[in-house]
Design a binder for this molecule. Structure first.
Ligand SMILES: NC(=O)c1ccc[n+]([C@@H]2O[C@H](COP(=O)([O-])OP(=O)(O)OC[C@H]3O[C@@H](n4cnc5c(N)ncnc54)[C@H](O)[C@@H]3O)[C@@H](O)[C@H]2O)c1
Length: 159
């Protein structure tokens, strides 16, 4: 393994995608700081810090000194929490991570949107075959949080 000398924070590291992303990046020689509001999963190879990213200060502490962030933390579907909680939590978390990245100089941000921004896979499309003009057609507050975050991402990247 080659030490890349690069530091990457992986959020949502106790979740389905973040866990594997964190371990993969460790195997590729990155210095990974894994984080989640939930405890670490057995088998995680990265250093781990528990943080609630709806708190801006916690996002600042996690991102400080990193070269990049892979932001997988979110409430990852509707039907887990109330619709309002899902929207509010995701929007605050995503805004905090983007804002903190800019504040501490993390210029590379990877985050996960969702196919639900197109109304898929839970509702029939407006037309088929679906193409990029079908965006945005959210049918839940989870999907709406992803549509709004895509817009936030455009402007944070520009700033
Ligand atoms: N799984 C899918 O099929 C799918 C499809 C499209 C997009 N996505 C998106 O990909 C990303 C990862 O999805 P996943 O399936 O790994 O989700 P997951 O639910 O397995 O993991 C998300 C993690 O975020 C953490 N989290 C929630 N609130 C938090 C908070 N306030 N602070 C810190 N951490 C918090 C949870 O504890 C959880 O471990 C999410 O953004 C999700 O919306 C997932």
């Amino acid at each position: 393994m080659v030490d890349t000398g690069k530091r990457i924070a992986v959020t949502g590291a106790s979740g389905k995608a973040g866990f594997w992303i964190a371990n993969h990046l460790v195997e590729k020689g990155y210095d990974v700081l894994a984080t989640d509001v939930a405890p670490p999963r057995p088998g995680l190879k990265a250093r781990f810090l528990r943080a609630d990213l709806t708190e801006y200060g916690e996002a600042i502490e996690i991102l400080g000194g990193q070269d990049a962030v892979v932001h997988m933390a979110n409430i990852a579907a509707s039907g887990i929490f109330t619709e309002s909680h899902t929207f509010n939590t995701n929007i605050v978390m995503n805004a905090n991570v983007f804002q903190a990245a800019g504040a501490v100089g993390v210029s590379r941000v990877v985050w996960a949107s969702s196919e639900t921004t197109l109304g898929l896979p839970f509702d029939p499309p407006l037309y088929a075959p679906v193409d990029e003009d079908h965006f945005p057609h959210p049918t839940s507050t989870y999907a709406l949080s992803k549509v709004v975050t895509e817009e936030m991402a455009v402007h944070h990247a520009r700033w």
